[in-house]
Design a protein around this ligand. Structure first.
Ligand SMILES: [Zn+2]
Length: 461
């Protein structure tokens, strides 16, 4: 058998048996929890008068969970000089950077980093990119255009910590982005999955050359679940002529980069164990679930050494399946694949379904006739229930004849009904109809945002 072990970023923790990692984290969590109420008015209130002593990750289960909505409310009435609201755990003079959540699930929440927090983020994010195969010799095109989001400046800092040459080629015209990649001989690229698909199309159609001619060797994609989908992966891989394709993920609320695929693929390793503890819970009962292969649940995070805006048992809303717990690369952290978001869930006549599941089954059977772009229409942002078939637009590929669209839409409706037990109302539209964006493209879009209640920021653009 060939040796598949890989070089590690954190030589002490990355290959330590996971029970030992958790035991060490337990010692960190103890002092974190005991000090939290003194630093953060938000947690003083949440933890109440009974301050339990928590010495293990298992024992975290006895403490309350934190939701995004809790944090948003805590930030709504900032006090003079404390713009992060009651979650601010350090004086403003100690804060060196502000990070914004992407806002894809509501009005953005802002988080703060002290110099120590910044150093820890650099380390965790560097580990994520290192796990994804980026090395100091790489020239990496960083294509985010928003410095303030987690995938912006924090990714650039983590990559510099790793020692790669960061080429911030985002935020300029697409032509200039492509020319920059070409002239600087970039070896790697990091962007959202939608943008990698968009950029390849743009390269061919507007610039008139194959994206593979740019000579990129490594593609890191994240920000949305697409990279876990074999058809989207194959499409990106073929367009760019790149086999080194890795998925990566993080959360601004916790740490902007925490998960990445190693050379073995098949899900993302947790790479932030030096700074963040993770639990898997049943989203309904809120009970912990062991990290065993095949287990499904919601990931909950505790930032046990975060100073400025710490979170305790933060509910990510990300529903994941554990794909591996004994990877051949020698890393010991669990590997996961994101299968949806708990707040994404749609209900068709009492049947629960994730939008990503609809996309996945359609691409699984019909990708020969489709581009990978599709969108589900909600009438308003708060709509979860559908009494009629869920409206869905899918984009045909360039080879699809107009006369074939009706038959294809019926076949897709049958596929979704048979495999997921829900009905969709499919309209096949021409290639290029669904707008491409250079940040996260939401699979679910709102038809009448002006009549929607709640957030005025359905997405950050
Ligand atoms: Zn691995």
């Amino acid at each position: 058998m060939t040796n598949q072990t890989e070089e590690l970023w954190d030589k002490d923790l990355d290959s330590l048996p996971w029970v030992e990692v958790e035991a060490w984290q337990g010692t960190q969590v103890e002092s974190f929890v005991s000090g939290l109420a003194h630093r953060s008015p938000f947690y003083a209130e949440k933890l109440g008068a009974s301050r339990k002593s928590v010495k293990t990750i298992e024992a975290l289960e006895s403490l309350p969970l934190t939701t995004k909505s809790d944090l948003r409310i805590a930030q709504e009435s900032p006090s003079e000089g404390e713009s992060f609201g009651t979650i601010q755990g350090m004086p403003t003079s100690e804060i060196v950077q502000t990070v914004s959540s992407s806002g894809t699930s509501g009005r953005p929440v802002h988080y703060a980093l002290t110099a120590s927090d910044h150093a820890r983020w650099n380390d965790g994010i560097a580990n994520m990119f290192f796990t994804a195969g980026i090395r100091p010799a790489d020239v990496i095109a960083h294509l985010t255009r928003l410095p303030m989001v987690g995938g912006g400046l924090p990714y650039a800092d983590g990559l510099r910590k790793l020692g790669a040459n960061v080429v911030w080629a985002g935020g300029m015209s697409t032509e200039r982005t492509l020319e920059t990649i070409k002239s600087l001989q970039a070896t790697a690229l990091t962007a959202t999955v939608s943008f990698e698909v968009y950029l390849a199309e743009h390269c061919r159609e507007v610039m008139g050359y194959e994206p593979s001619s740019l000579g990129l060797k490594k593609l890191i994609g994240g920000g949305e679940p697409g990279m876990g989908q074999p058809e989207i992966r194959a499409q990106i891989s073929e367009a760019w002529g790149v086999t080194h394709l890795r998925e990566a993920m993080g959360l601004s609320d916790v740490m902007a980069g925490m998960w990445a695929e190693c050379g073995q693929g098949n899900g993302m390793h947790f790479c932030a164990q030096r700074h963040v503890a993770i639990e898997l819970i049943d989203p309904d009962t809120e009970n912990q679930i062991p990290w065993t292969e095949g287990a499904t649940g919601e990931v909950v995070y505790t930032t046990f050494n975060r100073e400025a805006t710490p979170v305790l048992r933060f509910r990510s809303g990300d529903i994941v399946v554990v794909t591996d717990i004994a990877c051949a690369c020698s890393r010991t952290s669990p590997k996961i694949r994101c299968i949806g978001r708990s707040d994404d869930m749609l209900i068709y006549k009492a049947m629960n379904v994730f939008p990503s599941a609809i996309r996945d089954v359609i691409l699984d059977e019909h990708s020969d006739h489709l581009s990978s772009h599709m969108r589900i229409w909600k009438e308003e942002i708060g709509q979860v229930k559908f009494d009629h078939p869920i409206p869905l637009e899918v984009e045909g590929n360039e080879d699809l004849e107009e006369s074939e669209a009706q038959v294809l839409s019926e076949r897709i409706e049958a596929t979704v009904r048979m495999r997921l037990g829900v009905r969709v109302d499919v309209a096949v539209v021409a290639t290029g109809t669904i707008p491409r964006t250079d940040y996260k493209t939401s699979l679910v879009q709102v038809r009448n945002p002006q009549t929607s209640k709640g957030t005025p920021y359905p997405d950050v653009q």
